[in-house]
Design a binder for this molecule. Structure first.
Ligand code: AMP
Length: 484
């Protein structure tokens, strides 16, 4: 087995590796570090969790330890698809370069240009950036890329999904032709193949086992779920999620809950919170300080449930996640592999549970094809717990009943409800069985709604023909309208 000491790394880097507690290089590290140190281009086909970040940071630090940075002319460049991933790469540099004097700058959105400009002006060895932000700096004339010796493109397949490929091509064009390129992607879509053929020169190609086949430590399951009525499916699905979480009991120490859309990330996080679960959302529309705070809290174990979109969670390294819940079936089968790869890391056990509604069955089939094995079907927890009567009643739950009774008669109070229902009362829920869509919108935190004297009255009014776009004044009761 290869040892780190066989890899020709700078002794100060070896010291940092030892302090990080790593015993031996992972396959991507053993494969990518030697050609990278020889100055060759590298094409790494590996995904997060394989140790790929160190596979490019370790040789970069070794190479950069020789020489010094010049003002505004970074010597190396790492491009990442998301801010979080960029921040994570920056942390990796801090860890592995702690005995080497190197300067770095992180260029990501949500941080002031001024601060970043000051760093660049002084001269940096490593620039870690998201493509858009890097180009912003370049276009402001603050950055010169003609001294870049090493350029890393991390998670290229995600860049492709996010529409960054034109930016990447542009950045390639701004760096010297003689640069060394280290290029990483979990998959080789034809567009990625094209980019590598265009911009990499005779790369050493290192492919490590797909996580889908490697992650035997992850126990998987899926609930095939159909709402009792179409307009109830969303809220019933959230109920299924809660039941799945509850069924896991204390074995679920923490979890990432994935949704396909940002709007659902917000709704699910809000709904979970309302039911007393320690949950917070993370997605690209939240401001950076909030994202960082949420992520730090989750990493530190202060937050139990992180509700995330793929983009925000991509590449996040949270070592001990006991569970992943796929609230939605991802629309790209590859994303399933990435998502469940958040758990069962480094040989730990993990569990990945998913909810599949009828419209997602095609995507679900694609996942099973990709991972080449069936995902065990789990019993629908709603069906096992609910009476087999009228469909309308199937969807209602003890916890949700008070909402419905409230929507019919505001004065009724739950008698024997569990704690979540009590919370529900404390934090007025606008979800009504009759108009779930409308309530979901207000669930997203429409401060306008709440701003109206704190009154929820009249919100459950069903207005036929207005679709989702019910102006809130229409939902006000007559008294409210008179008062405002
Ligand atoms: P990555 O794929 O870069 O996101 O790395 C996944 C995790 O593996 C991170 O927590 C790293 O700190 C850890 N790691 C990287 N290289 C090694 C290694 N050689 N031995 C043990 N853990 C490692």
């Amino acid at each position: 087995m290869t040892k780190f000491s066989d890899l020709n790394l700078n002794p100060k880097v070896l010291k940092a590796i030892e302090e990080a507690g790593y015993e031996s290089p992972t396959p991507i590290q053993a494969g990518a570090i030697p050609p990278a140190l020889e100055g060759r281009d590298v094409l790494g086909i590996a995904q997060t969790g394989t140790g790929k970040t160190a596979s490019f940071t370790l040789p970069m630090i070794t190479m950069l330890a020789r020489g010094r940075a010049r003002a505004r002319m970074p010597r190396s460049l790492v491009l990442c698809p998301t801010r979080e991933l960029a921040a994570q790469v920056a942390e990796n540099f801090d860890t592995y370069a702690k005995h080497v004097k190197l300067t770095k700058a992180l260029l990501i959105g949500g941080v002031s240009f001024k601060e970043q400009d000051q760093l660049i002006d002084k001269g940096v060895d490593v620039l870690i950036a998201t493509p858009g932000r890097l180009l912003d700096h370049f276009e402001r004339g603050k950055l010169i890329l003609s001294d870049v010796k090493v350029m890393v493109v991390d998670e290229a397949d995600r860049m492709l999904d996010m529409g960054f490929i034109p930016d990447i091509e542009k950045i390639f064009g701004l760096t010297p032709f003689t640069r060394q390129t280290l290029f990483f992607s979990a998959t080789m879509a034809s567009e990625i193949e094209r980019i590598t053929n265009t911009f990499l020169s005779n790369p050493a190609r290192i492919e490590v086992a797909r996580q889908a086949t490697a992650s035997e430590t992850i126990q998987q399951g899926v609930v095939m779920f159909k709402g009792s009525r179409r307009d109830r499916e969303a809220s019933e699905k959230r109920k299924v999620l809660r039941m799945l979480i509850d069924n896991e009991g204390d074995t679920c120490t923490n979890a990432i809950i994935f949704c396909n859309r940002k709007v659902d990330v917000d709704i699910v996080a809000k709904s979970l919170k309302k039911y007393g679960y320690d949950a917070a959302p993370i997605h690209g529309d939240l401001d950076q300080s909030q994202r960082t705070r949420t992520l730090d809290g989750f990493r530190a174990g202060d937050l139990r449930f992180l509700v995330a979109s793929d983009v925000a969670a991509r590449g996040l390294d949270v070592p001990a996640v006991s569970h992943v819940f796929n609230f939605d079936v991802p629309s790209h089968a590859e994303d399933y592999v990435h998502r469940i790869g958040r758990t069962g890391r480094a040989g730990r056990d993990g569990k990945a549970l998913m909810i599949c509604v009828p419209k997602d069955e095609k995507n679900f089939d694609d996942i099973e094809k990709l991972i080449q094995k069936p995902i065990p079907r789990l019993e629908n927890p709603l069906q096992s717990g609910a009476p087999t009567g009228e469909p309308e009643d199937d969807g209602s739950t003890a916890a949700e009943k008070p909402k419905r009774s409230r929507s019919r008669s505001r004065k009724s109070t739950p008698k024997s409800d569990a704690a979540p229902a009590a919370k529900e009362q404390a934090a007025p829920e606008t979800v009504s069985a009759e108009a779930p869509k409308k309530s979901e919108k207000s669930d997203q935190g429409g401060s306008q709604d709440r701003g109206r004297g704190g009154s929820n009255r009249g919100r459950d009014t069903k207005v036929v023909g207005m679709g989702d776009h019910l102006p809130s004044f229409i939902a006000l009761s007559f008294e409210d309208r008179r008062a405002s």
